[in-house]
Design a protein around this ligand. Structure first.
Ligand SMILES: *Cc1c(COP(=O)(O)O)cnc(C)c1O
Length: 223
């Protein structure tokens, strides 16, 4: 078995105070998640609804699950009863569906708005202008079953550390803009979810409050 406990603790020790770890367990077996759980890790991230539903059934109830993948609106109803945070909200349509399903489940679901800053055309997320538009439109203010807790993004998958740093800084500056304009009185709007295995150390230098680390903790994924 991959040395999950050791790797988890190495990552944790490298995180400054104020940065939380979401252990990304997609495609990894339950026993790996349990190894991390036994070390006290409680926040895990998954990106496929069915895989997550399967894991939720057998794993401890006090795990906080984050959904980090691209989410289709028809899957929201399955997540709404238990998900702790939906990290990658990239449309008003999806936000509306989360509101609807969370209301049915009589819950408030915490969400992050996903930004598209990376150069890759294939990545999901809102452009900065689309995000400004969504917030200016104001429909979200009427939603009592979703709480917008911050922003999430992925940097370009490149070797150029300067480019990665620059993208994280764009996101950090945008967070400040949005915080000031819409969430100045909302202490819960405080999360900046950026940084993965290969770039989380850079992300921390650019305001990350939440890193999403998979491979470094659990080893290569077996698809
Ligand atoms: C898979 C995934 C991660 C974790 O990636 P690693 O490189 O394994 O750390 C982080 N964020 C998102 C959105 C992911 O899909």
């Amino acid at each position: 078995m991959y040395p999950v406990k050791e790797k988890l603790n190495e990552v944790r020790q490298s995180l400054p105070e104020g940065v939380r770890l979401v252990a990304i367990s997609k495609f990894h077996p339950e026993e790996y998640i349990m190894a991390a759980y036994e070390e006290g890790q409680r926040v895990f991230g998954e990106s496929h609804e069915q895989e997550l539903a399967r894991k939720v059934q057998t794993l401890p109830r006090d795990i906080e699950w984050h959904f980090i993948g691209h989410l289709q609106t028809n899957k929201v109803k399955y997540l709404a009863p238990y998900i702790s945070m939906i990290e990658a909200v990239d449309s008003l349509k999806l936000l509306r569906e989360i509101e609807k399903q969370a209301a049915k489940a009589d819950r408030v679901v915490r969400v992050l708005l996903e930004l598209h800053i990376a150069e890759e055309a294939t990545k999901y997320g809102l452009t900065l202008d689309a995000c400004r538009q969504l917030l200016a439109d104001g429909e979200w203010r009427q939603m009592t079953h979703v709480q917008i807790c911050g922003l999430m993004m992925m940097a370009s998958n490149v070797d150029d550390k300067g480019q990665i740093a620059q993208e994280f800084q764009v996101a950090a500056d945008f967070f400040d803009e949005v915080k000031q304009q819409y969430f100045a009185d909302a202490p819960y709007f405080c999360e900046r979810s950026w940084g993965m295995s290969h770039d989380y150390r850079i992300a921390i230098c650019h305001g990350s409050t939440m890193v999403r680390v998979g491979t470094t903790i659990f080893g290569p994924r077996v698809y």
